[in-house]
Design a binder for this molecule. Structure first.
Ligand code: SF4
Ligand code: ZN
Length: 318
């Protein structure tokens, strides 16, 4: 092997991954070690967990969330006072989610992690597929990812509360976090996500992969033998997030490291925190800054009840 085939950290393993933004070539062992160290550093830098937290990890069944569950299960086993449970939200997206729910179930069982599955159908009376079809029939402009995002947040929060969780960990990567910042800016929502502890009925969220590029999370999942889903969500190409993702991917390919710079710049922007509101929705009683929350607005539009989303009020980007 030539010098360029060797790992730039340990100098003897065969390099299997090139970090373009740092110029490092890494062998399998050093990639896993540095990846896991960065996640541990992220957790401590942002003060994500307390030693006795009951953590609910959101597991969609995709590679990112399965990798996060795997990592958190190992970290949690070193902390005797903390607990880990997994929540899977089944939105009711035929084929795609059916496969993912089964994978999540198997992987949680294999790690001895308590696992609950909550479905849109049970909770709201409709699957996401049903809602999209009904809204289309009624000539509402249906944005599947917006509906999915609003109701999934609601489901996760309720399920986490029922599990007695102190915090929800989601597998959003560096790419996802930067995309969300940009989407929020484009729709005029300049508040930062709430980073404090639970307020009223609201369970705070943390993102241990926020400093890990999506490509590295995927490679980590591959090296760890995490089961990869074969189906993709059929609604993904319609989302506004997809447009932002394509732009950012192109930019990162041309300027390696741009995503880190963007995240750090955005974190430095002095923005107010989106403090969970102390008011509640008059229909469902969940925390909401509006009289009727977004989830009830969507469900009202689906069931055809008055006082709900009007067709000219386009839901915001997911
Ligand atoms: Fe939901 Fe959109 Fe993601 Fe599909 S792509 S799971 S509809 S947010
Ligand atoms: Zn409501």
């Amino acid at each position: 092997m030539g010098e360029e085939d060797h790992c730039s950290l340990c100098h003897h393993g065969e390099a299997v991954y090139m970090r373009r933004y740092s110029g490092e070539r890494l062998c399998r062992r050093c990639f896993i070690k540095t990846f896991e160290r960065r996640v541990a550093r992220t957790i401590s830098e942002y003060g994500m967990f307390r030693y006795d937290d009951r953590i609910a990890v959101a597991v969609s069944g995709g590679k990112d969330s399965l990798s996060l569950m795997d990592l958190l299960a190992r970290i949690e086993s070193l902390h005797p006072y903390s607990e880990l449970a997994a929540i899977t939200v089944d939105e009711g997206i035929s084929e795609y989610r059916d496969e993912a729910v089964e994978i999540a179930r198997t992987e949680a069982r294999g790690r001895g992690v308590e696992h609950v599955v909550v479905s849109f159908k049970d909770q709201f009376g409709y699957t996401l597929d049903d809602m999209v079809a009904v809204l289309k029939e009624r000539s509402f402009e249906a944005y599947p990812c917006t509906i999915c995002g609003v109701l999934r947040r609601r489901s996760l929060n309720q399920a986490a509360r029922e599990l007695g969780a102190d915090v929800i960990a989601t597998a959003h990567t560096l790419d996802d976090v930067v995309q969300t910042y940009i989407l929020n800016i484009m729709r005029g929502d300049l508040a930062k996500p709430w980073s404090g502890r639970a307020v009223k009925q609201f369970v705070p969220r943390v993102t241990p992969f926020r400093l890990s590029p999506e490509e590295e999370v995927a490679f980590y999942a591959y090296l760890k033998g995490v089961y990869l889903q074969t189906q993709a969500c059929r609604y993904a190409p319609t989302s506004s997030r997809n447009l932002v993702r394509l732009f950012l991917n192109g930019f990162e390919a041309k300027h390696p490291g741009a995503l880190f710079t963007a995240l750090r710049s955005m974190e430095k922007m002095v923005l107010p925190e989106k403090r969970p509101t102390s008011t509640t929705c008059r229909i469902c009683g969940e925390p909401s800054s509006r009289e009727v929350c977004r989830a009830c607005e969507i469900l009202g539009a689906v069931s055809g009840e008055a006082g709900t989303t009007r067709s000219h009020e386009k839901p915001s980007a997911d």
